[in-house]
Design a protein around this ligand. Structure first.
Ligand SMILES: Cc1ncc(COP(=O)(O)O)c(C=O)c1O
Length: 438
Protein backbone atom coordinates (compact mmCIF):
# COMPACT_ATOMS: atom_id res chain seq x y z
CA UNK A 1 0.00 0.00 0.00
CA UNK A 2 1.23 3.51 -0.79
CA UNK A 3 2.71 5.18 2.28
CA UNK A 4 0.92 8.47 1.50
CA UNK A 5 -2.83 8.18 0.99
CA UNK A 6 -4.38 10.70 -1.45
CA UNK A 7 -5.63 12.60 1.63
CA UNK A 8 -2.12 12.71 3.05
CA UNK A 9 -0.71 14.04 -0.22
CA UNK A 10 -3.39 16.73 -0.13
CA UNK A 11 -2.66 17.53 3.51
CA UNK A 12 1.07 17.74 2.77
CA UNK A 13 0.61 20.00 -0.23
CA UNK A 14 -1.70 22.31 1.70
CA UNK A 15 1.15 22.99 4.16
CA UNK A 16 3.50 24.52 1.57
CA UNK A 17 3.54 27.75 -0.40
CA UNK A 18 3.36 27.66 -4.19
CA UNK A 19 2.93 23.93 -4.70
CA UNK A 20 0.67 23.95 -7.75
CA UNK A 21 0.91 27.63 -8.68
CA UNK A 22 3.86 29.99 -8.58
CA UNK A 23 3.89 33.40 -6.90
CA UNK A 24 2.29 34.94 -10.01
CA UNK A 25 -0.64 32.49 -9.91
CA UNK A 26 0.65 30.44 -12.88
CA UNK A 27 -0.15 26.72 -12.69
CA UNK A 28 3.07 24.84 -12.75
CA UNK A 29 4.94 21.70 -11.74
CA UNK A 30 7.87 22.42 -9.45
CA UNK A 31 10.80 20.08 -10.08
CA UNK A 32 13.59 22.41 -8.97
CA UNK A 33 13.74 21.37 -5.33
CA UNK A 34 17.48 20.68 -5.31
CA UNK A 35 18.05 24.37 -5.94
CA UNK A 36 15.75 25.28 -3.05
CA UNK A 37 12.71 23.51 -1.68
CA UNK A 38 9.25 24.96 -1.35
CA UNK A 39 8.64 26.80 1.92
CA UNK A 40 6.41 25.48 4.68
CA UNK A 41 3.63 27.93 5.52
CA UNK A 42 4.48 27.60 9.23
CA UNK A 43 8.13 28.37 8.54
CA UNK A 44 7.12 31.51 6.70
CA UNK A 45 4.69 32.49 9.46
CA UNK A 46 7.39 32.44 12.14
CA UNK A 47 9.79 34.35 9.91
CA UNK A 48 7.18 37.12 9.71
CA UNK A 49 6.53 36.92 13.44
CA UNK A 50 10.16 37.18 14.55
CA UNK A 51 11.34 39.58 11.85
CA UNK A 52 9.67 42.30 13.96
CA UNK A 53 12.18 41.81 16.77
CA UNK A 54 15.02 44.32 16.78
CA UNK A 55 16.95 43.07 19.76
CA UNK A 56 19.62 40.46 19.92
CA UNK A 57 20.36 37.86 22.55
CA UNK A 58 22.31 38.03 25.74
CA UNK A 59 20.48 41.02 27.29
CA UNK A 60 18.45 41.21 30.49
CA UNK A 61 15.15 42.46 29.04
CA UNK A 62 12.43 40.10 27.74
CA UNK A 63 12.89 40.53 23.97
CA UNK A 64 16.58 39.65 24.30
CA UNK A 65 15.70 36.42 26.03
CA UNK A 66 13.23 35.64 23.24
CA UNK A 67 16.21 35.64 20.90
CA UNK A 68 18.21 33.41 23.26
CA UNK A 69 15.26 31.06 23.43
CA UNK A 70 15.01 30.92 19.61
CA UNK A 71 18.68 30.00 19.36
CA UNK A 72 18.27 27.29 22.01
CA UNK A 73 15.18 25.95 20.27
CA UNK A 74 16.88 25.96 16.88
CA UNK A 75 19.89 24.07 18.25
CA UNK A 76 17.62 21.61 20.03
CA UNK A 77 15.54 21.08 16.87
CA UNK A 78 18.62 20.42 14.76
CA UNK A 79 19.99 18.06 17.43
CA UNK A 80 16.69 16.18 17.25
CA UNK A 81 16.76 16.14 13.45
CA UNK A 82 20.33 14.83 13.28
CA UNK A 83 20.34 12.80 16.49
CA UNK A 84 23.28 14.90 17.65
CA UNK A 85 24.53 14.03 21.15
CA UNK A 86 23.68 17.53 22.40
CA UNK A 87 22.40 20.91 21.17
CA UNK A 88 25.82 22.21 22.23
CA UNK A 89 27.28 20.45 19.18
CA UNK A 90 25.26 22.63 16.77
CA UNK A 91 26.26 26.03 15.39
CA UNK A 92 24.92 28.24 12.61
CA UNK A 93 26.16 30.19 9.63
CA UNK A 94 24.82 32.01 6.59
CA UNK A 95 25.28 29.16 4.08
CA UNK A 96 26.88 25.76 3.68
CA UNK A 97 29.48 27.41 1.46
CA UNK A 98 30.48 29.73 4.31
CA UNK A 99 30.40 27.10 7.05
CA UNK A 100 32.47 24.53 5.13
CA UNK A 101 35.05 27.24 4.48
CA UNK A 102 35.04 28.07 8.19
CA UNK A 103 35.57 24.40 9.02
CA UNK A 104 38.47 24.18 6.55
CA UNK A 105 40.09 27.23 8.16
CA UNK A 106 39.92 25.62 11.58
CA UNK A 107 40.72 22.02 10.64
CA UNK A 108 43.59 22.20 8.17
CA UNK A 109 46.08 24.12 10.37
CA UNK A 110 45.55 21.42 13.02
CA UNK A 111 46.50 18.48 10.74
CA UNK A 112 50.08 17.13 10.63
CA UNK A 113 52.31 18.37 7.80
CA UNK A 114 52.13 16.18 4.71
CA UNK A 115 48.61 14.88 5.50
CA UNK A 116 46.48 13.58 2.67
CA UNK A 117 43.09 15.25 2.17
CA UNK A 118 40.47 13.33 0.21
CA UNK A 119 37.64 15.12 -1.54
CA UNK A 120 34.92 13.47 -3.60
CA UNK A 121 33.98 13.79 -7.26
CA UNK A 122 30.35 13.37 -6.19
CA UNK A 123 30.40 16.74 -4.47
CA UNK A 124 29.16 20.27 -4.96
CA UNK A 125 32.16 22.60 -5.09
CA UNK A 126 31.19 23.89 -1.63
CA UNK A 127 32.80 20.74 -0.17
CA UNK A 128 35.79 20.61 -2.52
CA UNK A 129 37.07 24.13 -3.03
CA UNK A 130 37.56 25.12 0.64
CA UNK A 131 39.81 22.09 1.25
CA UNK A 132 41.81 22.61 -1.94
CA UNK A 133 42.14 26.37 -1.49
CA UNK A 134 43.12 26.19 2.18
CA UNK A 135 45.65 23.47 1.31
CA UNK A 136 47.16 25.85 -1.26
CA UNK A 137 47.20 28.71 1.23
CA UNK A 138 48.97 26.53 3.78
CA UNK A 139 51.58 25.49 1.22
CA UNK A 140 54.25 24.95 3.88
CA UNK A 141 52.18 22.06 5.27
CA UNK A 142 52.54 20.19 1.97
CA UNK A 143 49.08 18.66 1.98
CA UNK A 144 48.40 16.10 -0.72
CA UNK A 145 44.83 16.54 -2.01
CA UNK A 146 43.33 13.50 -3.72
CA UNK A 147 39.90 12.88 -5.15
CA UNK A 148 37.81 9.76 -4.88
CA UNK A 149 35.85 8.92 -8.05
CA UNK A 150 32.33 7.54 -8.31
CA UNK A 151 30.67 4.71 -10.13
CA UNK A 152 28.85 6.01 -13.22
CA UNK A 153 26.13 3.37 -12.82
CA UNK A 154 25.32 3.83 -9.13
CA UNK A 155 26.42 7.46 -8.80
CA UNK A 156 28.01 6.73 -5.41
CA UNK A 157 31.61 7.21 -4.29
CA UNK A 158 33.79 4.32 -5.39
CA UNK A 159 34.72 2.54 -2.15
CA UNK A 160 37.45 0.42 -3.77
CA UNK A 161 39.07 3.56 -5.03
CA UNK A 162 38.67 5.23 -1.65
CA UNK A 163 40.22 2.25 0.08
CA UNK A 164 43.20 2.40 -2.26
CA UNK A 165 43.76 6.05 -1.22
CA UNK A 166 43.64 5.39 2.52
CA UNK A 167 46.58 5.08 4.85
CA UNK A 168 47.58 6.53 8.21
CA UNK A 169 48.56 9.85 6.55
CA UNK A 170 44.97 10.65 5.60
CA UNK A 171 43.84 13.54 7.77
CA UNK A 172 40.44 14.18 6.32
CA UNK A 173 37.75 12.89 3.97
CA UNK A 174 35.19 15.43 2.74
CA UNK A 175 32.19 13.89 1.02
CA UNK A 176 28.52 14.65 0.44
CA UNK A 177 25.75 12.53 1.93
CA UNK A 178 24.09 12.68 -1.49
CA UNK A 179 25.13 14.21 -4.80
CA UNK A 180 23.03 17.16 -5.93
CA UNK A 181 23.46 16.03 -9.56
CA UNK A 182 23.34 12.24 -9.41
CA UNK A 183 20.88 12.08 -6.53
CA UNK A 184 22.75 9.07 -5.15
CA UNK A 185 23.38 8.53 -1.47
CA UNK A 186 26.98 7.98 -0.48
CA UNK A 187 27.59 5.07 1.92
CA UNK A 188 28.80 7.19 4.84
CA UNK A 189 28.71 4.34 7.38
CA UNK A 190 30.92 2.20 5.14
CA UNK A 191 33.25 5.15 4.57
CA UNK A 192 33.55 5.62 8.34
CA UNK A 193 34.23 1.92 8.69
CA UNK A 194 37.03 2.07 6.11
CA UNK A 195 38.52 5.07 7.88
CA UNK A 196 38.41 3.30 11.23
CA UNK A 197 40.37 0.43 9.71
CA UNK A 198 42.92 2.28 7.60
CA UNK A 199 43.00 5.93 8.69
CA UNK A 200 41.60 6.08 12.23
CA UNK A 201 42.76 9.65 12.82
CA UNK A 202 41.00 11.01 9.73
CA UNK A 203 38.12 13.43 10.16
CA UNK A 204 34.96 12.76 8.16
CA UNK A 205 33.26 15.97 6.99
CA UNK A 206 29.87 15.49 5.37
CA UNK A 207 27.90 17.92 3.24
CA UNK A 208 24.28 16.99 4.00
CA UNK A 209 22.72 19.81 1.96
CA UNK A 210 21.22 17.66 -0.77
CA UNK A 211 20.35 14.70 1.40
CA UNK A 212 18.58 16.39 4.30
CA UNK A 213 15.07 16.85 2.80
CA UNK A 214 14.98 13.24 1.67
CA UNK A 215 15.62 11.05 4.68
CA UNK A 216 16.94 10.52 8.19
CA UNK A 217 20.53 11.54 8.91
CA UNK A 218 21.89 10.30 12.23
CA UNK A 219 25.28 11.88 12.88
CA UNK A 220 26.12 9.43 15.65
CA UNK A 221 25.26 6.35 13.59
CA UNK A 222 27.11 7.80 10.60
CA UNK A 223 30.18 8.55 12.73
CA UNK A 224 30.84 11.93 11.13
CA UNK A 225 32.94 14.78 12.52
CA UNK A 226 30.86 17.46 10.85
CA UNK A 227 27.51 17.48 9.08
CA UNK A 228 26.33 20.64 7.35
CA UNK A 229 22.99 21.59 5.78
CA UNK A 230 21.10 24.71 4.74
CA UNK A 231 17.57 25.62 5.78
CA UNK A 232 16.43 26.51 2.27
CA UNK A 233 16.79 22.92 1.08
CA UNK A 234 14.60 21.60 3.87
CA UNK A 235 11.39 23.57 3.58
CA UNK A 236 12.54 26.81 5.23
CA UNK A 237 14.27 29.96 4.00
CA UNK A 238 17.58 31.05 2.52
CA UNK A 239 20.32 32.59 4.61
CA UNK A 240 20.79 30.01 7.36
CA UNK A 241 22.95 26.95 7.61
CA UNK A 242 23.25 24.54 10.53
CA UNK A 243 26.29 22.46 11.33
CA UNK A 244 26.85 19.59 13.70
CA UNK A 245 30.48 19.14 14.76
CA UNK A 246 32.11 16.52 16.95
CA UNK A 247 33.93 17.53 20.15
CA UNK A 248 37.21 17.01 18.37
CA UNK A 249 36.31 19.62 15.74
CA UNK A 250 34.53 22.02 18.09
CA UNK A 251 37.60 22.24 20.31
CA UNK A 252 39.98 23.18 17.52
CA UNK A 253 41.26 26.75 17.68
CA UNK A 254 39.07 28.87 15.41
CA UNK A 255 38.42 32.50 14.54
CA UNK A 256 36.27 34.41 17.02
CA UNK A 257 36.18 37.98 18.27
CA UNK A 258 38.19 38.47 21.43
CA UNK A 259 35.20 39.36 23.64
CA UNK A 260 33.00 36.58 22.19
CA UNK A 261 32.27 33.48 24.29
CA UNK A 262 35.26 31.15 24.17
CA UNK A 263 33.37 27.87 24.57
CA UNK A 264 31.59 25.99 21.77
CA UNK A 265 29.09 26.17 20.25
CA UNK A 266 28.77 29.95 20.90
CA UNK A 267 32.43 30.48 20.04
CA UNK A 268 31.69 29.20 16.52
CA UNK A 269 28.96 31.80 15.89
CA UNK A 270 30.05 34.84 13.90
CA UNK A 271 27.95 37.64 15.37
CA UNK A 272 24.32 37.34 16.43
CA UNK A 273 21.93 35.87 13.97
CA UNK A 274 18.66 37.32 12.79
CA UNK A 275 16.01 35.85 15.15
CA UNK A 276 13.72 35.29 12.16
CA UNK A 277 16.39 33.01 10.65
CA UNK A 278 16.47 30.77 13.71
CA UNK A 279 12.76 30.17 14.18
CA UNK A 280 11.78 28.19 11.03
CA UNK A 281 13.86 25.05 11.63
CA UNK A 282 11.77 24.17 14.68
CA UNK A 283 8.67 24.35 12.47
CA UNK A 284 10.31 22.02 9.96
CA UNK A 285 11.00 19.50 12.72
CA UNK A 286 7.42 19.78 13.98
CA UNK A 287 6.16 19.24 10.45
CA UNK A 288 8.23 16.06 10.05
CA UNK A 289 6.86 14.83 13.38
CA UNK A 290 3.31 15.56 12.22
CA UNK A 291 3.97 13.56 9.07
CA UNK A 292 5.39 10.67 11.10
CA UNK A 293 2.32 10.58 13.32
CA UNK A 294 0.02 10.72 10.35
CA UNK A 295 1.74 7.97 8.37
CA UNK A 296 2.29 5.61 11.31
CA UNK A 297 -0.86 6.07 13.43
CA UNK A 298 -0.46 2.67 15.10
CA UNK A 299 2.76 3.64 16.91
CA UNK A 300 2.47 3.33 20.70
CA UNK A 301 1.28 6.38 22.64
CA UNK A 302 4.68 6.64 24.28
CA UNK A 303 6.40 6.62 20.90
CA UNK A 304 3.96 9.17 19.57
CA UNK A 305 4.98 11.52 22.37
CA UNK A 306 8.66 11.14 21.55
CA UNK A 307 9.44 13.97 19.13
CA UNK A 308 12.53 12.35 17.71
CA UNK A 309 10.74 9.06 17.02
CA UNK A 310 7.98 10.94 15.22
CA UNK A 311 10.50 12.92 13.17
CA UNK A 312 12.28 9.71 12.17
CA UNK A 313 8.97 8.20 11.11
CA UNK A 314 8.17 11.29 9.06
CA UNK A 315 11.54 11.05 7.34
CA UNK A 316 11.10 7.31 6.78
CA UNK A 317 7.70 7.97 5.22
CA UNK A 318 9.24 10.61 2.95
CA UNK A 319 11.89 8.16 1.88
CA UNK A 320 9.39 5.43 1.10
CA UNK A 321 7.16 7.78 -0.85
CA UNK A 322 10.07 9.27 -2.76
CA UNK A 323 11.13 5.79 -3.83
CA UNK A 324 7.75 5.50 -5.53
CA UNK A 325 8.58 8.75 -7.33
CA UNK A 326 12.06 7.43 -8.25
CA UNK A 327 10.60 4.26 -9.72
CA UNK A 328 7.98 6.21 -11.61
CA UNK A 329 10.58 8.59 -13.06
CA UNK A 330 12.91 5.80 -14.14
CA UNK A 331 10.42 3.05 -15.07
CA UNK A 332 7.42 5.10 -16.20
CA UNK A 333 3.79 5.57 -15.22
CA UNK A 334 1.10 3.46 -16.91
CA UNK A 335 1.85 3.56 -20.64
CA UNK A 336 4.16 6.51 -20.33
CA UNK A 337 7.78 5.35 -20.51
CA UNK A 338 10.27 6.29 -17.83
CA UNK A 339 13.39 8.35 -18.42
CA UNK A 340 15.48 5.22 -18.99
CA UNK A 341 13.28 4.10 -21.89
CA UNK A 342 12.97 7.36 -23.81
CA UNK A 343 15.09 7.39 -26.97
CA UNK A 344 17.73 10.06 -27.17
CA UNK A 345 18.02 10.62 -23.42
CA UNK A 346 21.09 10.02 -21.32
CA UNK A 347 20.40 9.81 -17.58
CA UNK A 348 23.42 10.25 -15.33
CA UNK A 349 24.13 7.95 -12.39
CA UNK A 350 21.94 5.85 -10.14
CA UNK A 351 20.32 3.61 -12.71
CA UNK A 352 21.40 0.42 -11.11
CA UNK A 353 18.50 -1.71 -9.79
CA UNK A 354 20.48 -2.90 -6.73
CA UNK A 355 21.19 0.61 -5.50
CA UNK A 356 17.88 2.20 -6.38
CA UNK A 357 17.03 2.38 -2.67
CA UNK A 358 19.96 4.80 -2.32
CA UNK A 359 18.52 7.15 -4.92
CA UNK A 360 16.97 10.51 -4.08
CA UNK A 361 14.37 11.75 -6.57
CA UNK A 362 16.94 13.89 -8.37
CA UNK A 363 17.49 13.16 -12.06
CA UNK A 364 20.11 14.68 -14.30
CA UNK A 365 19.95 14.07 -18.00
CA UNK A 366 20.58 15.42 -21.46
CA UNK A 367 18.54 15.10 -24.63
CA UNK A 368 20.61 14.28 -27.69
CA UNK A 369 21.07 17.33 -29.91
CA UNK A 370 19.45 19.82 -27.53
CA UNK A 371 21.45 22.14 -25.27
CA UNK A 372 20.34 21.73 -21.66
CA UNK A 373 19.20 25.35 -21.31
CA UNK A 374 16.91 24.89 -24.34
CA UNK A 375 15.31 21.91 -22.61
CA UNK A 376 14.84 23.99 -19.46
CA UNK A 377 13.14 26.75 -21.50
CA UNK A 378 10.91 24.38 -23.49
CA UNK A 379 9.80 22.58 -20.34
CA UNK A 380 8.78 25.90 -18.82
CA UNK A 381 7.40 27.72 -21.87
CA UNK A 382 5.41 24.83 -23.31
CA UNK A 383 4.64 22.67 -20.29
CA UNK A 384 5.02 24.94 -17.24
CA UNK A 385 7.46 22.55 -15.61
CA UNK A 386 10.25 24.19 -13.61
CA UNK A 387 13.60 22.37 -13.84
CA UNK A 388 17.16 23.67 -13.95
CA UNK A 389 19.97 23.43 -16.48
CA UNK A 390 23.67 24.08 -15.89
CA UNK A 391 26.56 22.64 -13.93
CA UNK A 392 24.69 22.84 -10.62
CA UNK A 393 27.93 24.01 -8.98
CA UNK A 394 29.14 20.42 -9.17
CA UNK A 395 31.75 20.91 -11.87
CA UNK A 396 33.88 17.98 -10.82
CA UNK A 397 30.95 15.58 -11.00
CA UNK A 398 30.20 16.81 -14.50
CA UNK A 399 33.89 16.60 -15.48
CA UNK A 400 33.87 12.96 -14.50
CA UNK A 401 30.77 12.41 -16.61
CA UNK A 402 32.49 14.14 -19.54
CA UNK A 403 29.85 16.87 -19.80
CA UNK A 404 29.71 20.57 -19.01
CA UNK A 405 26.00 20.90 -18.21
CA UNK A 406 22.81 18.92 -17.86
CA UNK A 407 19.13 19.28 -17.09
CA UNK A 408 18.19 18.44 -13.52
CA UNK A 409 14.66 17.55 -12.46
CA UNK A 410 14.60 17.35 -8.69
CA UNK A 411 11.52 16.25 -6.78
CA UNK A 412 10.43 16.32 -3.18
CA UNK A 413 7.77 14.48 -1.18
CA UNK A 414 5.05 17.02 -2.05
CA UNK A 415 5.38 16.15 -5.73
CA UNK A 416 3.03 13.54 -7.15
CA UNK A 417 2.97 10.61 -9.55
CA UNK A 418 0.59 12.63 -11.77
CA UNK A 419 3.22 15.35 -12.02
CA UNK A 420 5.84 12.73 -12.87
CA UNK A 421 3.59 11.41 -15.65
CA UNK A 422 3.13 14.90 -17.13
CA UNK A 423 6.86 15.50 -16.95
CA UNK A 424 7.66 12.19 -18.67
CA UNK A 425 5.15 12.89 -21.44
CA UNK A 426 6.71 16.31 -21.96
CA UNK A 427 10.25 14.93 -22.10
CA UNK A 428 9.18 12.19 -24.49
CA UNK A 429 7.59 14.76 -26.82
CA UNK A 430 10.63 17.02 -26.71
CA UNK A 431 13.01 14.11 -27.43
CA UNK A 432 10.79 12.82 -30.29
CA UNK A 433 10.46 16.25 -31.83
CA UNK A 434 14.22 16.75 -31.68
CA UNK A 435 14.80 13.30 -33.19
CA UNK A 436 12.46 14.05 -36.13
CA UNK A 437 14.08 17.43 -36.67
CA UNK A 438 17.52 15.87 -37.08
C1 LIG B 1 25.09 19.40 -2.19
C2 LIG B 1 25.23 20.89 -1.96
N1 LIG B 1 26.18 21.33 -1.14
C3 LIG B 1 26.36 22.63 -0.88
C4 LIG B 1 25.53 23.58 -1.46
C5 LIG B 1 25.76 25.02 -1.16
O1 LIG B 1 24.81 25.41 -0.19
P1 LIG B 1 24.67 26.92 0.23
O2 LIG B 1 23.86 27.59 -0.83
O3 LIG B 1 23.98 26.89 1.55
O4 LIG B 1 26.03 27.50 0.32
C6 LIG B 1 24.52 23.16 -2.33
C7 LIG B 1 23.65 24.15 -3.00
O5 LIG B 1 22.98 23.90 -3.94
C8 LIG B 1 24.36 21.78 -2.58
O6 LIG B 1 23.40 21.32 -3.38
Amino acid sequence: MAIFSPQTVKAIRSRFWYVAEDSGGRSRIFFDNAAGSLVLKRAHAVIEQYARLSSYGGGYFPDASVVDHLMERARQSVATLLNAPSPASIFTGESATAVLKRLAEAILPSLPDGSTLIVSATDHNANIDPWRRMAEQLASKRFDVKQVTFSPTTGTADLDHLESLLDEHVGLVAVSHASNVLGAENPIVEIRHLLDQKAPEALLIVDGVHFIPHGPADVQALGVDAYVFSSYKIFAQRGTCFAYASDRVLRLPHYRLTPAPDAPPESWEWGFRNPADLAPIAEVVQYLAWLGQRCFPSASTEDRRDLQQCVRRGQTAIRQYEHELVRAMLDGVGHTPGLLAIDGITVYGAQHPTTIHLKEPTFSFNIKGLPSDNVEKILWDQYRIAVRAGDHYARETLNHLGITDCVRASLAHYNTIEEVEKFLMAVQQIARHEHRRR
